[in-house]
Design a protein around this ligand. Structure first.
Ligand code: CA
Length: 224
């Protein structure tokens, strides 16, 4: 899952970015409203964290402009404790949820998990499943049947990306865009490397293979 973080206070931005990255998210941090609009237009983010008080363009204006151009990416707004009106204004501007600063990282992570589930069929459960494969977004445990499978953070992220859209073929670029941030993605074969690792852990020990290569296009989860 890749997140656009829009927060002009560098200390808070660094704290949030570190916490999210430790939880396996890829994060691009920008520090004003204008950059937020540019980056969100260029990249298919899974979630956007948007502070209200921002230079150039404030968060409410940015959120409204996202929605006006048809961007449905879930937005979590950050508001100051003494600005209760902002919460209402934020929701009116098209934000999906808000969080009052200061907040605990645990709370932020829980809100983001809830937002990323919204609109999906399995919205009530932290579990995403395909055949006997299950991924628990709360505990980050991956299983086939009862067997617990240990994945590195980016292996988990690649799998989550495939699992959120099973049967659909995703190109290497589409996968990479949801797993790495702008600074860390630079080799085109990196997706293949992670797919190879996932196959070794998820498919090799089992009769039913789940990860399918679609030649010349990319990868998908499929029982074929
Ligand atoms: Ca701010």
């Amino acid at each position: 899952m890749r997140i656009l973080l829009v927060e002009d206070e560098h200390r808070i931005s660094a704290y949030i970015k570190r916490g999210l990255e430790e939880s396996g998210y890829a994060v691009d941090a920008v520090f004003n409203g204008r950059d937020a609009l540019d980056w969100a237009e260029a990249t298919p983010y899974d979630l956007i964290i948007l502070d209200i008080m921002l230079p150039e363009k404030d968060g409410l204006t940015v959120c409204r402009e996202f929605r006006q151009r048809g961007d449905r990416t879930p937005v979590l707004m950050l508001t100051a404790r003494d600005a209760i009106d902002d919460r209402v204004k934020g929701l009116d501007a098209g934000a999906d949820d808000y969080l009052v600063k200061p907040f605990a990282m645990k709370e932020l992570l829980a809100r983001l998990r809830a937002l990323s589930r919204r609109g999906s069929e399995q919205s009530k459960s932290p579990l995403i499943t395909f055949d006997d494969l299950s991924l628990d977004t709360r505990t980050r445990e991956v299983r086939r049947g009862e067997t617990l499978i240990y994945l590195a953070a980016k292996e988990y992220a690649v799998l989550e990306c495939l699992l959120r859209d099973p049967e659909r073929v995703l190109t290497r670029t589409q996968i990479a865009e949801h797993v790495w941030n702008y600074d860390s993605f630079n080799q085109s074969n990196v997706v293949d490397v992670y797919i190879r690792n996932l196959r070794r852990k998820l498919d090799d020990p089992f009769e039913q293979k789940l990860i399918q290569t679609v030649r010349g296009v990319g990868y998908r989860l499929s029982l074929k």
